[in-house]
Design a protein around this ligand. Structure first.
Ligand code: UD1
Length: 418
């Protein structure tokens, strides 16, 4: 385990490039299984979750070459259809590898996935709708075994627009002679990126980015090269970090439309924002105002930015109200922020924050990926020294997090420790 030692009180200033998206890379990596061909992926972030996914794919028999942010994946000789339990537990998105294996081999064996502890995170929507597609599921052992002769045409209505379930159902229905309609589908940009990638391979997916997605089965797929979209959550993290320190930033290689709810809220708080194609400029003038946010599926305010934005609100003027509608256990980080002088109370789904002028340094512990990143942002803006332990959570999803923040003027040292 690593920890960060942060000397707080610096204003972030400068320019950085946004990395490739974690949440787009993971399903696209899974999708490379389906073709049985060679795929070249560019702009893949060098993060722990990608490394774990590569390990799973290699364990299944894929041959993978990695050169910084470029991956070449050959899935031709893959034969294994069982995902090992230890790797499954490391990563929530490992569940969508199951959909990709079913698409190609019509069978898969896997266990319940792990991932960040931000709520119960069941996979009932995945399994229930696999059954509707004609897949037989045996859950009688510690493993889940899925089998089918063919995927059957079906119209599915998701009870909730789950990102993972939408991706899994798309992946499972790529090959065959059926037609699948997914209603109340998730509309996140990462779903559009997955569909664009698969369509370039020869799949027939229509309507990604809307709430109705149609997948027409095809017989084969082909070799492709593809560049992963920018990470909208990383982009949001750097904007919030800069806003918290009263700094200025030029963020390159970003798609502003993907984070428009955040940009609106940051403007409401008093930040000056200029968008220009793939660049966002943010500057601040004086202490920011508090705000009210409610997390929602896309195009609403993203739950992944909630911990970071809530942390910023702890030093904004007045009272702020946050409502977390997606995950029931996503305020754990606030216990740690309170050790740094933050003032907030939790009432069910709602967080009521009373803004203080400044946080102070403390020894704090990352609770999960985005919660951990929030503590780093708090440490940069706080007075004094903050030690953030269990940084490994953060390394799951941010590429060179400390290096990029230091490039903007932060003072973070990464060291081994608990
Ligand atoms: C993905 C993202 C994660 C993001 C989340 C919501 C990846 C790798 N992760 O996670 O960063 O926070 O979308 O935008 O892309 N649910 C069920 N049953 C299911 C599936 C989901 O009840 O079978 C519930 C979940 O518990 C949660 C809600 O639906 O309350 C949303 O989950 P979902 O959209 O599936 O999130 P993930 O795909 O896990």
């Amino acid at each position: 385990m690593y920890r960060y030692i942060i000397k707080g009180g610096t204003k972030l200033q400068g320019e950085i490039d946004v990395s490739g998206s974690k949440n787009a890379s993971l399903p696209i990596l899974a999708a490379t299984i389906i073709s049985g061909k060679t795929t070249k992926l560019y702009n893949v972030p060098d993060i722990q979750d990608v490394k774990t996914t590569i390990k799973i794919l290699e364990g299944l028999g894929c041959k993978i070459k990695k050169d910084k942010n470029k991956l070449i994946i050959n899935s031709k000789y893959m034969k294994n259809t069982m995902i090992p339990e230890d790797l499954m537990r490391k990563l929530r998105s490992s569940v969508i590898i199951a959909g990709a294996i079913i698409a190609r081999f019509k069978q898969v064996k896997f266990s319940y996935p792990g991932g960040c502890d931000i709520g119960a995170r069941p996979i009932d929507l995945h399994l229930k709708n696999f059954k509707k597609m004609g897949i037989k599921i045996d859950e009688n052992t510690s493993y889940i075994e899925c089998k089918c002769d063919k995927i059957e045409s079906q119209t599915i209505a998701l009870d909730f627009p789950s990102v993972g379930a939408t991706e899994n159902l798309i992946l499972a229905s790529i090959l065959g002679k059926h037609e699948m309609i997914i209603n109340n589908a998730a509309m996140e940009p990462e779903i559009v990126d997955l569909a664009s990638f698969l369509n370039r391979m020869g799949a027939k997916i229509y309507g990604a980015g809307t709430n109705t997605i149609r997948v027409k089965g095809v017989e084969t797929l082909k070799d492709v090269s593809y560049k992963i979209m920018p990470d909208r959550i990383e982009a949001g993290t750097f904007l919030i970090a800069t806003a918290m320190t009263g700094g200025t930033i030029k963020l390159n290689k970003v798609i502003p439309e993907h984070i428009s709810p955040l940009l609106h809220k940051l403007s409401e708080c008093g930040c000056k924002i200029i968008e220009d194609k793939n660049t966002i400029y943010l500057s601040t003038n004086g202490r920011l105002n508090g705000a009210e946010i409610k997390t929602m599926p896309y195009p609403g305010f993203p739950t992944d930015l909630q911990p970071l934005f809530s942390t910023m609100l702890t030093i904004c003027k007045g009272t702020s109200i946050v409502t977390e509608n997606i995950f029931e256990n996503r305020y754990k980080f606030m216990q740690e922020i309170k050790r740094m002088g933050g003032k907030a109370t939790i009432e069910g789904k709602t967080l009521i924050i009373k803004g203080v002028k400044k946080l102070h340094g403390a020894n704090v512990e990352s609770t999960d990926l985005r919660g951990g990143a929030s503590l780093v942002l708090a440490g940069i803006s706080a007075k004094g020294i903050t030690k953030v332990s269990k940084v490994d959570y953060i390394l799951r999803g941010y590429e060179n997090f400390d290096v990029k923040l230091n490039q903007l003027g932060a003072n973070i040292v990464k060291e081994e420790g608990d």
